[in-house]
Design a protein around this ligand. Structure first.
Ligand code: PXP
Length: 239
């Protein structure tokens, strides 16, 4: 399983003071040296953490893979087509939310998403749709030519009790298998950490995980190098 690191939280810390440190770009480049497979940033419409300067610098400097999380709205699509990350992951966005709260509804927004995928493909950007582990959402994603899905793992991460955890894991397992059968690449993320990854890594059809909060938080205690290497070890447990 590949592991891509989301560095939005470094930008959040920088922005609290309105200064230049800590710099998410420097942090991302160090993370690459420690062996991660890609960098993820979310350019929000309200620019609450990552800004355009970060995205453009990352595009110049990242040598692994840049995954730009974005809402399917005109202004951000234009920036993405100009910057050309390897992957654009379409996520829902609400101003009031603390973080991304769930998957997009592909069926309800199918025409907008079809047009968004078409525009991004014209700029040779692969597209992933961040969705719930729901077979109808996966079918709709394949129908409009998404290259990947990213399965929202928040319900798994928040599940309490053995039975609920098993059920949520099973939903992800079934969804990933279905997506693979349709020829989609399968990523996953949200709320994954050093504890819940131990079971998660056994799901065979997940190609890549996107993790931010747990790794950034752990790096405060043990340093970035160790935090990353510990997570890399977990993600490779099944390979
Ligand atoms: N994937 C997506 C689509 C996200 O929006 C986020 C949160 O920014 C993540 C993965 C990473 O979640 P976490 O910070 O909980 O690891």
């Amino acid at each position: 399983m590949r592991f891509c690191l989301n560095v939005d939280h470094i930008a959040t810390l920088r922005n609290v003071r309105g200064e230049v440190q800590p710099d998410p770009v420097t942090f991302a480049l160090m993370a690459e040296q420690y062996g991660i497979d890609g960098i993820v940033v979310h350019l929000r419409e309200d620019r609450r953490h990552i800004n355009e300067r970060d995205v453009r610098l990352l595009r110049e400097l990242v040598t692994t893979k840049l995954d730009l999380e974005m809402a399917a709205i005109g202004e951000i699509i234009d920036i993405a087509c100009d910057v050309r990350p390897e992957l654009a992951t379409i996520v829902p966005e609400r101003r009031q939310e603390l973080t991304t709260e769930g998957g997009i509804n592909v069926i309800d927004d199918i025409n907008n998403l079809r047009n968004t995928i078409h525009a991004l493909h014209q700029s040779e950007i692969s597209v992933s749709l961040f969705i719930e582990p729901d077979l109808n959402q996966i079918d709709a994603s394949a129908e409009i030519n998404a290259d990947f899905i990213e399965i929202h793992t928040g319900h798994y991460a928040n599940a309490i009790g053995e039975e609920n955890i098993f059920d949520e894991l099973e939903r992800v397992r079934v969804a990933a298998k279905h997506a693979k059968k349709l020829g989609l690449g399968v990523n996953a993320g949200h709320g994954l950490n050093y504890i819940n990854m131990k079971e998660f890594v056994a799901i065979p059809d997940i190609d890549e995980v996107s993790i931010g909060h747990a790794v950034i938080a752990r790096s405060l205690f043990v340093g970035l190098e160790l935090a990353i290497k510990e997570m890399i070890a977990l993600t490779r447990m099944n390979s």
